[in-house]
Design a protein around this ligand. Structure first.
Ligand code: PGA
Length: 248
């Protein structure tokens, strides 16, 4: 049985004060029965981590660099994140792939470093609208899954896949329940082929892309949808917790 995981990706939003306030509000009302996490901007990780202390809400990061330390101006290592009590980290978010130009090769290196560092790796995959229209969704998702090193990743509890169709992110247009389930089932079968059935059964596959309190119930009821990666709706404790409630 996979425990559902609802993670908030705050992106480049909040101020220090509003981040603390949001974290406190989420921590205060986080009910058991579901795993919750928030990924604030790097600069607020420490403050948010302190606000979450002694709560069940996991602290996450939106990105990490794959090198351990050194002359990499502006970058943040996995060790630095662990120093601040970070428990999970995203890779391959479409905004990093498409707006910031990250290649699949770089995403793969980051994924390897995050996993090797002992964090929960949340690896994001998903197609653009033109790729969907051209029937390329599944091969594209397969290629993005192939960025993960099969021989390295051995603990299914520390691997989370987030399926985020690019056309659904921040657009208000979510994938239908059936569209999400189709790709999630494909991802699970791809994981079975690459690892094995038991491994694939234990990996949580989140849906992301305009998930809101009013569409969460249907999406989270799908057999292979094990949670959500929430952007816009994670910036208010009320809507984030309502989504978590829908997954319970
Ligand atoms: P959204 O973002 O919920 O605002 O669509 C999701 C994400 O990018 O993780």
């Amino acid at each position: 049985m996979r425990t559902k995981f609802i993670a908030g990706n705050w992106k480049m939003n909040t101020t220090k004060a509003s981040a603390i306030e949001l974290a406190r509000a989420i921590a205060k009302d986080a009910a058991p029965g579901i795993d919750l996490g928030v990924a604030p901007p790097f600069v607020y990780l420490d403050a948010v981590g302190q606000s979450l202390a002694s709560s069940r809400v996991l602290l996450g990061a939106q990105d990490a660099y794959h090198e351990k330390n050194g002359a990499f101006t502006g970058e943040i290592s996995v060790e630095m994140l662990k120093d601040l009590n970070v428990k999970f980290c995203l890779t391959g978010h479409s905004e990093r792939r498409h707006a910031l130009g990250e290649s699949g090769d770089l995403v793969g290196k980051k994924a390897a470093a995050i996993y090797a560092g002992g964090l929960i790796l949340v690896h994001c995959v998903g197609e653009k609208l033109e790729q969907r229209d051209a029937g390329q969704t599944l091969p594209l998702v397969q290629a993005q899954l192939n960025e993960l090193n099969r021989d390295q990743v051995s603990d299914p509890e520390r691997l989370v896949i987030a399926y985020e169709p690019v056309w659904a992110i921040g657009t208000g247009r979510n994938a239908t329940d059936a569209q999400a389930q189709e790709v999630h089932a494909f991802i699970r079968s791809a994981l079975t082929k690459r690892w094995n059935n038991d491994f694939a059964d234990r990996v949580r596959i989140l849906y992301g892309g305009s998930m809101k309190p009013d569409n969460a119930k249907g999406l989270l009821a799908q057999k292979d949808v094990d949670g959500g990666l929430i952007g816009g709706a994670s910036l208010k404790a009320e809507s984030f917790l309502a989504i978590a409630q829908a997954g319970r």
